[in-house]
Design a protein around this ligand. Structure first.
Ligand SMILES: [Fe+2]
Ligand SMILES: [Fe+2]
Length: 198
């Protein structure tokens, strides 16, 4: 499943995306930015639903709620931006949106019901996958679409902050963390694969 990595490693900085695409030959296809935007909008939508589910369970008085609410505001900004880019470019959102609405909220609510550490484990797992997903897209774009590349690079940095904040808040203390994390990461990969196509 893992994509081959560039010799430079998995990260591609905003500057790096301006470099010539390694291995590109005349006649090679350009990155499918329509599919990229569709899956990114779906992911950010899912993220807002996960945090909404967690806050619905934890309320706004729990010590973890402030961290979650701050991340939720950033996810909403990411979503608004991708919504706007889809509209500007005339790209339809994923048909799976109603499903991500329910599945995202359920994932957030269930992990928060297990406990705040599990809620943080959920964020750490999701953001680990999103980071890899955005890094993949930046490699594929290699500067093709500067507007999209800059957006992804900016949001990727914030997703990494979310992952680090979740780990700092005790994600790894969640009961059954390795299994919980592996399960959620597999779910994210499946959601990404589906939202690219449908
Ligand atoms: Fe996000
Ligand atoms: Fe995030």
């Amino acid at each position: 499943m893992a994509e081959p990595q560039t010799p430079q490693g998995p990260r591609v900085s905003a500057e790096g995306t301006q470099a010539a695409r390694p291995g590109w030959k005349p006649g090679d296809g350009r990155a499918d930015t329509e599919s990229m935007l569709r899956v990114d909008q779906a992911g950010e939508y899912g993220a807002t639903r996960i945090y909404a589910g967690q806050l619905a369970v934890l309320g706004n008085r729990h010590p973890a709620s402030r961290t979650i609410a701050r991340m939720a505001i950033q996810e909403q900004r990411h979503l608004n931006h991708f919504d706007q880019m889809l509209a500007e470019r005339g790209i339809r959102p994923t048909l799976l949106q109603p499903f991500w609405n329910v599945a995202g909220h359920a994932l957030g609510a269930v992990t928060a019901l297990i406990g705040p550490d599990a809620a943080m484990a959920c964020t750490a797992a999701v953001e680990t996958e999103i980071d890899e997903h955005y890094a993949d897209q930046l490699r594929q774009l290699a500067g093709d679409d500067p507007d999209l590349s800059a957006t992804i690079a900016e949001f990727q940095a914030e997703e990494l902050e979310h992952r680090d904040a979740a780990i700092a808040a005790g994600a790894e203390n969640a009961l059954g963390y390795p299994l919980l994390s592996a399960f959620i990461r597999a779910g994210c990969r499946a959601a990404i694969a589906l939202s690219k196509r449908i």
